[in-house]
Design a binder for this molecule. Structure first.
Ligand SMILES: [Zn+2]
Length: 365
């Protein structure tokens, strides 16, 4: 689409109009059978980018676009207003329509051209409305601040090293956060903490609630943790999803002292759940772990358990346990920045796989 680069964004009708003094009978007849730029834009609820040099235009309506070429020229009246033009719709479909034309320096649109595009734009919009969309992604690095999570001590090259869960989760989450932000500029990507702090539940709710959701939109939630066990041979990564049968909030009443209203919100959030989607996302992440870690670290499989925070119904959510800080082999990977990057990449690829699949499911199907 080399032409697109040349487009000048001209939103106003006046930009394409060269005032004409008097219409010839022929021109008047043709204009009567056509629509002005203003009428066209109003009908299509669109705006126009117009390149006078190439006599090509782009009509943009609600996220969809149609590129066309006009017949005629600024100097010479259009020879045939019945000339056809190729219209490129959303950069992929090509259709042939009666061409818009330039007459006496003004651009006109044949009513058929406008009607066809209106139908296309309307259909696209209906499709958009019925498509699921992930509006936001929340990444939650487990623990933080005075809550260290799991920890274990090792001696590496004669030096004592302390492996702490809150540091591992933050390192992996920050990288994931950056990658997802770059990948999805149109989505809101949140991280519940960027430092060694413990975000209150209230902070998390405020973040989640700051995203207004349409009916077909969802937020996904990924919590990242590292495991620990008294059994030092226990190792491997796990991905947990919200179980349909066992639900409780993380909102542990003995710890949580925030406003009661929040408790109510959380409880109502758990009335429904996105179990299927959570399982899909968990699977996608596990698959990518397996791909990236192969024999380095075993998968302990997908797990369903009672947990969790999660906002309202529309939140497929998973909790990732990266490995065991209490296992020497896992600990070697968890203390190596290169492997932390691999963990982050695996989760990132899993989320991208899931989002792609999710956004191509149709509500109607
Ligand atoms: Zn944890």
């Amino acid at each position: 689409m080399f032409l697109l680069r040349r487009f000048l964004v001209l939103l106003l009708v006046g930009c394409v109009a060269i005032p004409c003094t008097r219409l010839s009978a022929d021109e008047a007849a043709r204009s009567a059978n056509s629509m002005s730029v203003e009428e066209t834009l109003k009908t299509l609820n669109a705006r126009l980018s117009w390149d006078p040099f190439f006599k090509s235009g782009k009509l943009i309506s609600r996220g969809h676009e149609a590129v066309f070429f006009a017949a005629g020229s600024n100097e010479v009246p259009a020879a045939h207003s019945s000339e056809n033009t190729a219209v490129i719709y959303d950069n992929k479909d090509i259709l042939t329509l009666q061409a818009p034309f330039i007459n006496n320096g003004k651009l006109y649109f044949p009513p058929l051209f406008v009607a066809s595009l209106k139908q296309l734009f309307d259909e696209s919009q209906q499709e958009d409305a019925s498509r699921f969309r992930i509006a936001a992604i929340i990444i939650d690095p487990g623990h933080g601040g005075k809550d260290e999570g799991a920890s274990a001590d090792y001696v590496v090259n004669g030096k004592k090293v302390r492996l702490i869960e809150k540091d591992i989760t933050l390192a992996v989450s920050k990288r994931l956060y950056t990658s997802l932000k770059n990948r999805y500029p149109g989505k809101k990507v949140f991280i519940t903490r960027l430092n060694d702090t413990y975000p209150s539940l209230e902070d998390r709710v405020v973040q989640a609630n700051s995203v207004p959701l349409k009916d077909n939109e969802a937020i996904i939630y990924i919590s990242i943790h590292a495991n620990a066990s008294l059994n030092k041979s226990a190792r491997g990564f796990e991905v947990w999803y919200l179980s349909p049968e066992h639900r409780r909030t993380v909102l542990d009443k003995t710890k949580y002292t925030g406003p009661n209203a929040l408790t109510a919100i959380f409880n109502s959030m758990l009335e429904e759940e996105f179990t299927t989607e959570s399982i899909e996302m968990a699977k996608a992440i596990e698959n990518n772990f397996k791909k990236n870690f192969s024999t380095l670290m075993p998968s302990r499989g997908l797990k369903a358990e009672e947990w969790y925070v999660v906002r309202k119904a529309r939140m497929p959510s998973v909790l990732v346990e990266l490995g065991f800080v209490t296992n020497a082999e896992d600990a070697r990977l968890l203390s190596d920045p290169a492997y932390l990057q691999q963990f982050s990449l695996s989760i990132y690829n899993g989320i991208v796989d899931f989002v792609t699949k999710f956004e191509n499911w149709n509500l109607a199907s």
